[in-house]
Design a protein around this ligand. Structure first.
Ligand code: ATP
Length: 375
């Protein structure tokens, strides 16, 4: 018969129970109120941030599983409670840093998060599909990744990632849902059903500012912003609110699409943002005989990269060319991005290669920019 469970082992096991939204061990977040061991029975009391915490069952199950695996434990009882205001304040202070620092954490000089604003000239070129696949690949590679769906009129990121859960609010702090390892916030999570949004520029600016200030992303390696197509208010707000963000410009190979995308990329000359590169999507369709059908023509991506390099006076790379792939569209419809599935495909390989290139780019302090004003 195994020896009776020891408190040290029980507490060690609890460090593996991660709060699904905050993505940190419950033991570090002030959520573990008490542990008691009587013979082979372990009782713990866990404090949730709010009463209706949607992930209470996940936390309970994870704690039960972790404790059951401890030597000598035969019975586990998990009791749930709710933090009081003082405990919530302490948690918020811990998450935000001493003094409950407000402001956009990605602009902090110590932030090492690479911020990529994904832009396109025209709509429907696959900007959102590319964004979610890149983010999911990076998360699968072990990076901490977030997405802000800033495509206010055509928000689609939650559906592409299969998210139906609402963000949890801890007072004014918003905890983003996590899907496939990626923290996601979208304006679509704050509107009823499929309501159209008819906000004007200043409201959009404030909404985006609130996302960037009040949403707790924690330390991220990469943050993607899915912009609306074109060079509208949101693109300008992103440049103002996140001056160190870099643009990724998505286009199809069609020359007309590349022309429009050039305007979106060239905006960087006015905002002082960098362009991290061009991504060509829907580049060709692979035929059953192995041939390629260039449905939308050819060369738009490399033409765009060349022209942006000339306009901006710096080398802008074509990061990759992603073919049309039925599985990519199906994965989006099902909420399970293509890159998660098994099997091989050129689209998957290209997305993975682009994500690796972006993940390798260091974000040093030289990447920091001072805020610009375009008004
Ligand atoms: N490489 C691809 N192969 C097959 N289908 C694709 C590919 N890229 C995107 N699609 C499909 O094309 C449609 C448009 O893609 P998506 O919504 O990602 O574009 P978008 O540029 O973000 O559009 P918008 O900005 O107008 O919302 C979707 O149905 C998506 O599944």
């Amino acid at each position: 018969m195994s020896p009776l469970p020891e408190e040290e082992a029980v507490r060690a096991a609890l460090t593996t129970v991660i709060d699904p939204e905050l993505r940190r061990p419950i033991t570090e977040l002030g959520m573990l109120e008490s542990v008691s061991i009587t013979g082979r029975t372990v009782r713990i009391r866990v404090l949730l941030t709010i009463a209706g915490c949607p992930l209470r069952d996940t936390i309970t199950q994870d704690a039960e599983a972790a404790l059951s695996a401890v030597d000598g434990v035969e019975r586990v009882e998990v009791e749930l409670g709710v933090m009081d205001q003082a405990q919530r304040d302490a948690l918020k202070e811990q998450l935000r840093g001493a003094g409950g620092r407000r402001g956009i954490p990605f602009n902090d000089p110590s932030s090492l998060t690479r911020v990529y604003a994904v832009a396109s000239g025209k709509g429907g070129v696959g900007k959102s599909s590319v964004t979610v696949n890149l983010a999911v690949v990076m998360a699968a590679q072990g990076l901490r990744v977030g997405i802000v769906d800033a495509d206010v009129y055509g928000f689609s990121v939650p559906a592409l990632l299969g998210i139906t859960q609402q963000p949890t609010r801890v007072d004014e702090l918003i905890l983003p849902p996590v899907a496939h390892g990626v923290k996601v916030i979208s304006i679509g999570m704050f509107v009823e059903g499929n309501q159209p949004i008819s906000w004007r520029g200043p409201m959009l600016h404030r909404a985006l500012e609130q996302f960037l200030t009040d949403v707790y992303f924690g330390d991220l390696d990469a943050l993607f912003l899915d912009l609306p197509p074109g060079t509208g208010d949101i693109a300008i707000s992103v440049a103002q609110l996140l001056p160190s963000s870099e643009l990724l410009v998505v286009t199809t190979p069609q020359s007309a699409a590349a022309d429009v995308a050039e305007r979106a990329g060239a905006m960087a000359a006015q905002t002082g943002q960098r362009v991290a590169g061009v991504i060509e999507n829907m580049s060709w369709l692979e035929l059953p005989d192995g041939g390629r059908l260039e449905l939308f023509g050819a060369g738009g991506g490399s033409t765009l990269a060349t022209r942006l390099s000339a306009t901006l006076g710096t080398e802008i790379p074509l990061l990759g060319s992603i073919p049309l792939d039925v599985a990519l569209r199906e994965g989006g419809d099902a909420g399970t991005p293509l890159v998660l599935g098994g099997g091989t495909s050129t689209a998957r390989a290209e997305l993975t290669a682009i994500a690796s290139t972006l993940a390798r780019r260091p974000r040093g302090l030289d990447g920091l920019r001072l805020p610009v004003s375009l008004r």
